[in-house]
Design a protein around this ligand. Sequence first.
Ligand code: SAM
Ligand code: TMP
Ligand code: ZN
Length: 410
Amino acid sequence: MTGRFMANCRICDGILHEFIDLGQQPLSDAFPAPGATEGEFFFRLAAGLCQECTMVQLMEEVPREKMFHQDYPYHSSGSSVMREHFEETARRFLKDALPGPDPFLVELGCNDGVMLGAVSAAGVRHLGVEPSGGVAEVARGKGVRVRTAFFEEETALAIAAEDGRADVVYAANTLCHIPYLDSIFRGLDALLKPDGIFVFEDPYLGEIVERTSFDQIYDEHFYFFTARSVRAMAARFGFELVDVERLPVHGGEVRYTLARRGRRTPAPAVAALLADEERAGLAEPATLDRFAADVARVRTDLVELLRTLRAQGRRVVAYGATAKSATVANYCGIGPELVEFVCDTTPAKQGRLTPGSHIPVRPARAFGDPYPDFALLFAWNHAEEIMAKEREFGEAGGRWILYVPEVRTV
Ligand code: SAM
Ligand code: TMP
Ligand code: ZN
């Protein structure tokens, strides 16, 4: 089995410059049970830059039902930093963005209701659109109204007919997961009020290139946005990029605000970010080719370090069976012979094996039972939270292995 290859841009049909090939990769969130690794789905994980509209995207597309289904294991509320981030987001929407007597907010990919729970608690009319049934059910338990469906044009038309038009449509770490953006934008056009806004936040290509965080590239992350590519995309569909804000979460993201063309004056932050991107050469093939060379160097350094530690008889375990770590483990060839196990707080991942690389996943308590010599921090985007929680590991002489932006131990 494999993904669907495209040599041309999903948005404008321009020719893609393929700049990185991370090899055969599994579904990043499909954790097989021990002994049940036959028949794992693999595809070629490669990314390209559109030479017309500058959108960076995967070359192969994985069918959406393989990734987002009843047992989708990622629960947004698993991180206290993310809970706080989304509670703050809800507070801001409630304060600034929901005018009139009966405002209506729609969230795409609401997951376990981490954001909409607060909107629901405030008594504001809302709807989550979430295709993954398990997490949708958790959201309902928090009093959130959820429609179990993929958002696309048809879904938008049905919502507009039943609930009326929305003041705000919000999507966090979801738009970049959706290859079929033409249908999404037709849907947004049907669903948003004339002055409504579409707000979305996703990992930022500028940050990925600057930090060599190549593990942001995996099956679910289909697009890697910049202000420039988002502006071009919005324009194709009758929208305009009117605000941008950098966010520290998930290794560096940007929150983009779109309005219908001509309805709002773009904030100065838009021009400022476009200028930063120009200086960084983010739309130039040479910049992305350089990024790919940096990635290959990280692989060499990381594998060398792990092999050396193993040869010295040191115990190495990994921390956080993140979706991102599927890319690292499979691209670098890191399996149970180099890393004993991965600990993770997600019950659905525990007792299973990491996708493709087949490292056993154990509960968090296995970490200190007893502490290993080294911990490979797969969940580096949660470093602050995890290192604070695991202070005793360092005090006991343990060292963390980091590989973003370069391989080092701390
Ligand atoms: N918004 C949450 C957050 O930021 O933590 C969840 C992000 S999770 C990485 C991506 C979510 O998008 C999943 O819950 C998935 O089921 C959902 N999703 C995927 N395709 C979608 C679509 N077409 N419409 C709505 N949600 C979608
Ligand atoms: P994410 O990088 O996609 O947010 O996934 C984080 C993963 O790391 C998720 O499987 C839960 C796990 N995790 C822990 O095991 N311990 C922690 O303290 C945190 C913050 C995450
Ligand atoms: Zn394009």
